[in-house]
Design a protein around this ligand. Sequence first.
Ligand code: VIV
Length: 293
Amino acid sequence: MSGSELGGGPEDLEPLGRGLVDLRRRALQELASVRIFSDQFLTKFLWARDLDVELSLKLLLNYQRWRRESPEISRCLSPSSVLGLLNTTYHAVLPQRDHSGSRVLIYRIGQWDPKDWLAFQVFSVSLMTSEIISMETETQTQGLKAIFDLQGWSLGHALQFNPSLARKISSVLSDSFPLKVRGIHLVNEPMFFRPVLAMIRPFLPDKIRKRIHMHGAHFQDTLSDFFSPSVLPPEYGGEGPGIEGVCQAWTNQLLQSEQLLQQIATHPTGDITIPPEDCWISETVEAEQLLEG
Ligand code: VIV
């Protein structure tokens, strides 16, 4: 039996090691002003694309572009600045992974009062969580599943929606963030949520579209086809810890990550294992080097 058939041995690291060498070379070629990328950082992109170097490179370039084009979200990763929203128990990452090792996230849209919080602030919560969980090795290989509870979706929410936001959502879902999206589960979605989905869907690749499941009001009958009861909170038909407690626990996790998230938000590439000043050749340094040389 070969090493790869056995699994788990050091042989399994070889494809990743080769991928790192190739991706680093390609990434430094494409991003002329960047000087260095860490293994930890590149690894996220490689696993998100099952070690395909060209696809990982595209994802890395899209991630850099998305950060640049959405500064109102990517530059403001501050849990304390959205504490009021987090304290409504809007969001949690469940303590248990599902049967396949995916992270399970819950968003309770009804807890978001659109008079108090703008869509970009709400979006930043997802980006903060995504940055944190994408550092976990098991999440890099097994991805995530998100449950959106749309009970309480209102005109006020819909009015914050526009094509530009729809594009930003579809970009992170499809090819601008290094996380595998393994499932999107909508529960309690009202009829008048359909136009919103219709705005997002055209931008999504078929693969992701097929992973969107609409469960409606009787979600308890069908959500259990995807998640075992031990994983879900009782409010979602499971036997795990209650939703309020898991939201509070994740809020604390986010608050503890304030500094880390701040570093990611202000870093030129998002690769915080490299000090920002070592990371890229700024135009002024380049000009000085030219003058000296
Ligand atoms: O952010 O993997 C009306 C996922 C999500 C992310 C990010 C990554 C990711 C699955 C989203 C899902 C949520 C960054 C990496 C797209 C932020 C959404 C923010 C908006 C303002 C929330 C409003 C709720 C929407 C529901 C959208 C349902 C779709 C996701 C189908």
